[in-house]
Design a binder for this molecule. Structure first.
Ligand code: NI
Ligand code: MN
Length: 227
């Protein structure tokens, strides 16, 4: 039993829970770091943290081609349903057992509107719990917030945190977040995609190693890791 992930650039990932593939925030079209094509990716489900274009970009097209179900807050799920895509709506604090994985929506301090300006509901993160008991926290786009300690108290094996600054927390706040969450492994995301979110990721990783108990996993786009 394992969790494997592949970074597609920005906050887009493939997660494999045992043999089950899901996508998170699939932003390939228009993503300068995209490691993959929306025409090739396979998924049983697509988890979306919020409605911004750099997160939902290719979700509908992939869902239509693959039959993947979109899982997100109620506003995004309703938007997907209105366009003929199967969806499962949730809301902050709620969890649901999807069979091969349980997913719970966490708060995220950010905003959430669709590219046309329509209201996208509140932004979220996810805590995934696998059948073998591994827990993965995918923070989405967020600022640092002290209740991350409550998320960490449940025991997090792997945390995915934005570090790009400007739109989300930056490297320094992410170090404070790691101390609150105390994951075994931490994976940076939402950085180096655009000039305003360029980060010295090697310097970040050195600080994570020296100042926290977490192991940083820095991948090139297209890279994979298993825990
Ligand atoms: Ni955003
Ligand atoms: Mn974003």
């Amino acid at each position: 039993m394992s969790v494997r992930f592949t970074w597609l650039g920005h906050s887009a990932f493939v997660f494999e829970f045992d043999s089950h593939k899901v996508l998170l925030d699939p932003f390939l079209t228009g993503n300068p770091l995209a490691a993959g094509s929306p025409d090739d990716l396979e998924a049983e489900m697509i988890f979306l943290t919020h409605a911004h274009g750099d997160h939902i970009a290719d979700a509908l097209a992939i869902a239509r081609r693959t039959g993947a179900k979109i899982v997100a807050n109620a506003e995004i799920a309703n938007w997907a349903s209105r366009q003929g895509v199967e969806s499962h709506g949730m809301n902050t604090g709620g969890g649901y057992d999807f069979g091969f994985v349980h997913a719970k929506l966490t708060p995220a301090f950010h905003s959430s509107s669709f590219p046309d300006g329509a209201y996208g509901g509140n932004p979220n993160g996810f805590v995934f719990s696998t059948r073998s008991g591994q827990r993965v926290y995918f923070a989405g786009d967020t600022a640092l917030f002290s209740d991350m300690s409550l998320i960490g108290a449940a025991g997090i094996d792997m945390a995915f945190l934005p570090i790009g600054d400007n739109f989300t927390m930056g490297p320094a706040d992410s170090l404070a977040a790691i101390k609150l969450i105390n994951p075994k492994v931490v994976v940076p995301m939402h950085y180096n995609t655009f000039p305003v979110i360029m980060v010295d990721v090697a310097g970040w990783a050195n600080r994570v190693s020296s100042e926290t108990d977490a192991q940083p996993i820095v991948l090139d786009p297209g890279g994979s890791y298993s825990l």
